[in-house]
Design a protein around this ligand. Structure first.
Ligand code: PPS
Length: 448
């Protein structure tokens, strides 16, 4: 039934020749593993993972015991040494779940840009630094940022990573703060502009504006480096609040570059759901539907400020010229084959050395695929008919947002096909490999 409704939807969606062309170009063949039931494939990956997790837990328990023996004497906790600097703490927070060591970053490297300056450029650099660092509000920043800059200097702030949530924004933040030309923000998710400055940025309380520049954007350190580091804010709610924020940001900080990451809308909705679930924010749709996620995802795919990206992106496209927008696909950022190029593209867009600090995106903020076979979020139980319906909604959303991006010159027709194909692959994989046959066939859906 749902699949036949889908066919009807697809037909009506295809009334637009441009859409029809896109869908035709994208069509994927079934994956080679199609129609294999999960039962046939056995449980070896689960067993292997469980053993690794058990080994890790045992190691952590042993480590904790020796830590306690070393630090606690007669119930008194001894001070820990050494203290991490704020920057080291930022990096520590960015360690992957495999607990990689903190990478070392040459924090003074950007200053070398100043060495090559002529006396006139040096003066320019000083005047720009003095004017910007004297600011405590957006209005002042807008004036100061009109001054000429010397080579190597960035306007303040230089860019915004605005979302969407669950689209690897933490990994992007972690990668970028290790870049010698980037000024780390003191807080990855301040949400200051949306929480404190709605609906008019320039009328935001004076203290909030000052705190935003100093406490979040890290103005003092940026000024100490003569703004040779690009300062930024990485708050994921900004994208979704584009309805009012896009125009306000373009008014208050018209030079900023805006970075957006978008994930397969179904995976984004599921990841967001899991995030809220883990923070005990369970949605009514979950509770009233026998703890089944399907209706929750339908709601997200239809909500303009959630996984229906098009209307929100429209606001950003209207507010900023195409050259100041960079929209990257989560799946190309996170696939090993394409992440190097995707990260280079992002850094080139930002005017940063694209080869630094590496060509790898770290893996952070990982919620899916943890826990045992039956823990919530390892995979999602829904029927094939339900998933097919979600795919139809997600496909419609994708066509919609690609149209908006195309109208702003952010993607050409080839890029649209590649983008669509990448998400179709996620859906195809689930249908072919993780779903039983028939509309009521059960699926164990995994995210991209
Ligand atoms: N390198 C790499 N490879 C694969 N997947 C990656 C990578 N980096 C981040 N991620 C996944 O991105 C999800 C977290 O996104 P965010 O950091 O934007 O989330 S948040 O909104 O800031 O909470 C989160 O997805 P879920 O695990 O589905 O929740 C991460 O696993």
């Amino acid at each position: 039934m749902v699949e036949s409704v889908l066919a009807a939807h697809t037909k009506s969606a295809a009334a637009d020749p441009e859409e029809q062309q896109l869908l035709n170009d994208v069509e994927l063949k079934p994956t080679s593993k199609a129609a294999h039931s999960r039962a046939e494939r056995g449980h070896w990956p689960g067993v292997l993972l469980a053993s690794v997790v058990l080994a890790l837990l045992t190691r952590m328990a042993t480590h904790r015991q020796s830590w306690l023996a070393e630090h606690v004497q007669g119930g008194v906790l001894l001070p820990e040494a050494p203290q991490l600097s704020l920057f080291e703490q930022q990096l520590a927070g960015c360690r992957t779940f495999k607990a990689q060591p903190i990478p070392s970053v040459d924090t003074s490297a950007s200053l070398r840009a100043l060495d090559a300056h002529t006396p006139e450029q040096r003066q320019q650099a000083q005047a720009f630094t003095a004017a910007v660092s004297a600011c405590a509000n957006f209005r002042c920043l807008r004036q100061a940022n009109k001054l000429p800059r010397a080579p190597g200097q960035f306007r303040f702030p230089h860019f915004m990573v605005i979302g969407f949530p669950k689209c690897a924004t933490t990994s992007i933040y972690c990668h970028l703060i290790q870049h010698p030309q980037v000024q780390y923000a003191k807080d990855k998710e301040s949400h200051r502009l949306t929480d404190k400055c709605r609906p008019l940025l320039e009328q935001c309380p004076a203290q909030e504006q000052r705190d935003y520049l100093v406490d979040i954007l890290n103005m003092e350190e940026a000024a100490a480096a003569s703004f040779t580091k690009a300062a930024f804010d990485g708050s994921t709610h900004y994208a979704q609040e584009g309805g009012w924020l896009a125009a306000q940001m373009a008014e208050a900080l018209p030079w900023v570059k805006v970075v957006v990451s978008m994930r397969d809308p179904i995976s984004q909705a599921l990841a967001m759901f899991l995030h809220n679930y883990m923070h005990n924010r369970t949605a009514a749709c979950w509770e009233t539907n026998g703890q089944r996620v399907y209706t929750c995802v339908v709601a997200d795919l239809q909500a303009e400020d959630r996984a229906r990206y098009g209307p929100t992106i429209q606001k950003w496209v209207e507010a900023f010229p195409g050259e100041q927008l960079h929209i990257v696909q989560f799946e190309s950022l996170t696939s090993r084959q394409t992440m190097g190029e995707a990260m280079k593209g992002l850094k080139s867009f930002l005017g940063l050395d694209p080869t630094q600090p590496s060509d790898k995106l770290p893996l952070t903020n990982w919620k899916h695929k943890r826990g045992d076979e039956n823990s919530v979020g390892r995979y999602w139980n829904i029927t094939r008919g339900e998933y097919t319906h979600l795919v139809e909604l997600a496909r419609r959303n994708t066509v919609e947002v690609l149209k908006v991006m195309g109208s702003a010159g952010l993607v050409d027709s080839k890029a649209k096909v590649e983008w669509m194909r990448s998400w179709e692959r996620v859906w195809r994989n689930n249908l072919d490999n993780n779903c039983e046959e028939g509309e009521q066939g059960s699926c164990k859906i995994v995210v991209s």
